[in-house]
Design a protein around this ligand. Structure first.
Ligand SMILES: [Zn+2]
Length: 594
């Protein structure tokens, strides 16, 4: 392994020295460093990584394929491709040198099938998202899963794994440890030990034992980090306050949720609690006080899993907690009121959760993207421009159930075919907009039979767009077309609206602060809407807000155990938050800026 090098040395090196120093960061491919050299000087390590990524992105497919083929197969012994020292070290750390003979045989067979299917070796950053090494089980599971992917998706995933391998090598070459990111990662891992479900499955729904354990754990960590006040409110929100130097100044509010969907991921919601915690820990350790209070809320409920009361926790801040929710019962018949009493929470204290917006500067939320966009762009962070507005309907098409053998094609009133035509139109219409999405989620033919033309078809319809006008135009066109399709086919359709949520465009000032923070890290600023709803939507009704998105691995999959974030990306999100805080501190010192 080569010796350590600093960013200053990298910037000051001659072209030849630069290439020599970084030639082996990309396996057997010094051309990547050669092409990135002209981009110097690099402001940050993140910017250097980005330049290398861009060199590969712009190299074209033949060069990218050659880069993949320059990698050894997993657990390859004296093979055709010589193992570099770095590769050997990484594979040994993942325990691949100690495979049992069955595991070794299984890897060899997967390698052969993979190579035959795709034409390049299976590439996986075996050091993993925490750089501490994946287990052999994780490696084999990932291998088996990716073997079934479509060709172009797998090609892109391999390139991302190549970049992750390079990132870990660069971190070590520059003696850089993403300490804040690793702290966040380890907390997320430890928090995931509390689950309503069997070990290995993460489910934390409102006020279960696991949920209460998470609240206690978060409060404990907040105290350890140096928050001056830590408490729990009447709904189970965990609230930490890191006091600023000026008690009269307005506060900054941040946070996200700690409940999960069933069989969810470790970072959804939790990242937005743990990253600010890590930042306060660092600020407190260095004795830094901001000129304003920083208030962090771990919201108790966002996912609407146990009770149909999504966002109940953040609703209470704006005083829109609906008291009727307390009478709702879960699948076991336990009412929310009973669950609260069992948890020792006092219903009469709910009104006190309400916040006075005049006391606050605004709300910022850090959240995993939960989509593929940043991962595809190879960007660790994105500035959210808007949270999409949505409208949902439950629909039922009623036609005539008739004999599948005896009803001629021109005499049918097929409810399912009408629904299919509607689905195709929703796809076409949503595609025509910038940023709109439309989905027929639940599709059912009640009491359907193999030899019966469907007489009924039920479906759910979910339409979203970056602003309310665009959403309403989309909904109007879709509903109009549903009417036309049904009239033409001689069927009826009932449409029931079940949810309407206003879009929450980011506040321009707060979005700009995130963008400036991203730019100061040396990263390109990418603006994007959020397709998913977040606590920030509720806070939007109360104060200015803007969100920061963090790239999720595995093509951004979320609400799934495969959801993942790297230690480096979590670290960058913490640095961005610190930049935002310091930028804001600067604004407080120079109050002329608006
Ligand atoms: Zn979430």
């Amino acid at each position: 392994m080569k010796g350590a090098i600093t960013l200053d040395e990298i910037n000051a090196a001659s072209q030849a020295e630069f290439v020599a120093a970084l030639a082996d960061i990309y396996e057997h491919s010094p051309w990547v460093a050669e092409r990135a050299a002209a981009q110097r000087p690099f402001l940050t390590l993140a910017q250097l990584k980005r330049a290398l990524v861009v060199a590969v992105r712009e190299a074209g497919e033949p060069a990218q394929l050659a880069l993949l083929r320059a990698h050894p197969a997993l657990a390859e012994r004296a093979g055709v491709t010589p193992l570099t020292a770095a590769s050997q070290d990484e594979q040994a750390r993942a325990g691949l040198a100690h495979c049992t003979s069955e595991e070794f045989a299984s890897l060899q067979s997967l390698n052969a099938r993979y190579l035959q299917r795709f034409g390049w070796p299976f590439i996986l950053a075996v050091r993993g998202p925490r750089a501490s090494g994946l287990s052999r089980r994780e490696i084999l599971d990932t291998f088996a899963r990716r073997l079934d992917q479509p060709q172009e998706l797998e090609f892109a995933e391999c390139l991302r794994q190549v970049h992750r391998i390079a990132e870990i090598r660069l971190d070590e070459r520059l003696r850089f440890e993403p300490v804040l990111g690793r702290q966040v990662w380890d907390w997320a891992q430890a928090l995931a030990a509390h689950s309503d479900a069997a070990p290995g499955t993460l489910t934390v729904t409102y006020l279960t034992d696991a949920h209460r354990a998470c609240a206690r754990q978060l409060a404990h960590w907040m105290r350890e980090c140096g928050f001056d006040e830590v408490g729990e409110d009447a709904l189970g929100n965990v609230v930490g306050l890191y006091r600023g130097s000026d008690p009269a100044a307005r506060r900054l509010l941040t946070g996200s949720h700690y409940d999960t969907v069933r069989n969810g991921g470790r970072f959804d919601g939790r990242l937005g609690i743990l990253v600010p915690m890590a930042c306060v820990r660092a600020l407190h350790a260095s004795g830094r006080r901001l000129p304003f209070d920083l208030e962090l809320i771990g919201f108790a409920e966002e996912e609407g899993q146990r009770y149909k009361a999504t966002f109940l926790a953040s609703s209470a801040l704006g005083g829109t907690f609906d008291a009727r929710w307390l009478d709702q019962r879960d699948a076991q018949g336990v009412s929310m009121r009973e669950a609260m009493q069992a948890a020792g929470l006092r219903e009469e204290d709910i009104p006190a959760i309400r916040r006075d917006p005049a006391r606050y500067l605004g709300f910022v939320e850090i959240h995993i993207e939960q989509g593929p966009v940043l991962d595809e762009l190879d960007l660790p962070l994105g500035a959210v421009s808007s949270i999409n507005g949505s409208v949902r309907y439950l629909c039922e098409v009623v036609g005539v159930a008739s004999h599948a053998g005896t009803t001629p094609m021109d005499r049918r009133r097929d409810a399912a075919v009408a629904a299919a035509e509607i689905a195709l139109y929703v796809e076409e219409r949503a595609k025509a907009d910038r940023g709109s999405v439309g989905t027929l989620g639940m599709l059912q033919v009640p009491d359907g039979s193999i030899n019966v033309v469907p007489g009924r078809c039920r479906f759910s319809l979910d339409l979203r767009a970056p602003d309310d006008a665009q959403r309403d135009a989309l909904a109007r066109d879709v509903l109009q077309r549903i009417g036309a399709i049904c009239a033409h086919r001689g069927v009826r359709c009932s449409v029931e609206e079940t949810l309407r949520a206003a879009a929450a465009p980011s506040d321009a000032g707060w979005q700009r602060r995130w963008e400036e923070a991203i730019a100061r890290l040396g990263l390109p600023v990418h603006r994007m809407p959020s397709g998913a709803g977040h606590d920030a939507m509720k806070l939007h009704e109360l104060m200015p807000q803007a969100m920061l998105f963090v790239r999720g691995g595995n093509a951004g999959i979320s609400h799934n155990p495969l959801e993942t974030v790297t230690d480096d990306d979590a670290h960058l999100s913490a640095l961005a938050f610190l930049e935002l805080l310091e930028g804001l501190a600067g604004e407080c010192a120079a109050p002329t800026r608006t």
